[in-house]
Design a protein around this ligand. Sequence first.
Ligand SMILES: [Zn+2]
Length: 287
Amino acid sequence: MLVSAAEMLKKAKAGHYAVGQFNINNLEWTKAVLLTAQENNSPVILGVSEGAGKYMAGYKTVVGMVNGMLEELNITVPVALHLDHGSYDACYKCIEAGFSSIMFDGSHYPIEENIEKTKELVKVCADKGISLEAEVGSIGGEEDGVIGMGECADPKECKAIADLGIDFLAAGIGNIHGKYPENWAGLSFETLDAVQQLTGDMPLVLHGGTGIPEDMIKKAISLGVSKINVNTECQLSFADATRKYIEAGKDLEGKGFDPRKLLAPGADAIKATVKEKMELFGSVGKA
Ligand SMILES: [Zn+2]
């Protein structure tokens, strides 16, 4: 059964580790992430962006697939199904479809409007036992066609949003989505520290986990980050393994063209990346 992410992140914050949110794109992706979580006895959050939801034939299809796998694969670790960077409308669609967690990304609204809409969603989610993530300060890079500049959030605005009753908060601290450019300035630990000082026990979320050096990840966790989003890194692992299979001509040998064979190296590569991240974040054995 899917669970809200509130409890697992409260435990993570108290235990000084982080739970990975791994974005899914299809059946192979979902199965790879769930099996890796189970094998490593780790809680896990499956992230679904609006674009990925559309690609997988809609939120209801995603809910059906994930719930089916939890049962058929005997997944017993805590699993949350989470809408990533949801618009106001998408939040309601996912609540309706059966997601157990949502992120309302109101960071592009003026802060007053972000507060109003977040407040409304806090109530709706609380009634249904769904966890809610909010965002302050846009996160750089490209996410479904929206390009942010990687600004640092205003700690006072973070406090205002945190006080609305959300379950966890994404605050921009110089992190960006996708690959980091050569001249990236690094994470602003000063901002992270200031946000944590004001928001107390609130679990903080680090988006754009791909390519952040390990020492920065560990420092961010020590400063209150309890959820780290990983998306691009699994895509790169999958593409690399799939390319190697094709380049080696394996699809031309025997029944190597069978999708169950052709997509297997990519799925194994996702599993390896997810395991590596769970070890780095410290969530192994924490289910
Ligand atoms: Zn993000």
